[in-house]
Design a binder for this molecule. Structure first.
Ligand SMILES: [Fe+2]
Length: 242
């Protein structure tokens, strides 16, 4: 089954409609992100005094240092993820998955600037610290493209799992950092980190929905077709042998 047919059958749209919808969606995403950023800036300003006083008491402690190290770690990770998402968009087979990766790339840019805001709230310059864990997860994700056929649904099924491993790393990081920020009395920072956490969780659910709604089944159908064609070839070779 061709992937274009797959897409048309499932979505009921033409490629031109899909592309227009995608452009529209991007505009809406950018606009709503801009509104959210303005909203966040207002929120940041309203409570900055309480954060500043909390910082004075906590800055020398090991927990505060652990927290800032964690921020540098996820700041590095987000920048690497942004680049990886571009490659994943190119590698994906279906428009649905390409759009999901594109949307998440836009979100990732927002996550990076939100982290920069958290650094500023703490009176620190944004700084990235190399994180071997995310580099390993992303390297594993790259092997998906090498090990699957271009244009196959198996590639999309595998890319979703690779992307979800990244999401779960981010969910664990943001969940822990948001909780630590709250413990350290950095409620503004905690709110920002929580907002990103919720977006990462939504992305994870979206990827699950895409996989379970059709991509995994389509990959299995591709598998069946390969097996049927393989057994036909085998049969004809056996016949020729007699
Ligand atoms: Fe992110």
């Amino acid at each position: 089954m061709s992937n274009t047919n797959q897409k048309d059958r499932l979505s009921g749209t033409t490629p031109a409609e899909t592309s227009a919808e995608s452009a529209n969606k991007d505009e809406q995403t950018t606009s709503s992100e801009s509104n959210k950023t303005q909203h966040e800036e207002k929120q940041d300003g309203s409570n900055s005094t309480s954060s500043a006083s909390a910082l004075e008491t906590e800055k020398d402690g090991p927990l505060y240092k652990f927290f800032t190290n964690g921020l540098k770690d996820i700041y590095f990770a987000e920048k690497e993820i942004k680049e990886a998402l571009k490659k994943m968009q190119e590698a994906a087979t279906t428009e649905e998955l390409k759009e999901a990766f594109e949307d998440h790339e836009l979100q990732t840019m927002k996550h990076i600037s939100r982290l920069e805001k958290v650094f500023r709230l703490m009176g620190e310059d944004p700084e990235a610290k190399k994180c071997e864990a995310i580099l390993g997860i992303l390297r594993e994700g790259e092997t998906v493209t090498e090990e699957t056929e271009e244009g196959s649904m198996t590639r999309d099924a595998a890319l979703i799992i690779a992307a979800q491993k990244v999401e779960h790393y981010e969910i664990a990081s943001y969940g822990g950092l948001a909780a630590l920020a709250e413990t350290l009395g950095l409620s503004d920072a905690s709110n920002l980190l929580h907002r990103t956490l919720e977006e990462e969780e939504r992305t994870d659910h979206t990827l699950t929905d895409i996989a379970e709604s059709f991509i995994n089944f389509a990959a299995k159908e591709d598998d069946n077709e390969v097996q049927e064609s393989g057994s036909r070839h085998k049969g004809s070779r056996q016949t020729a042998g007699y």
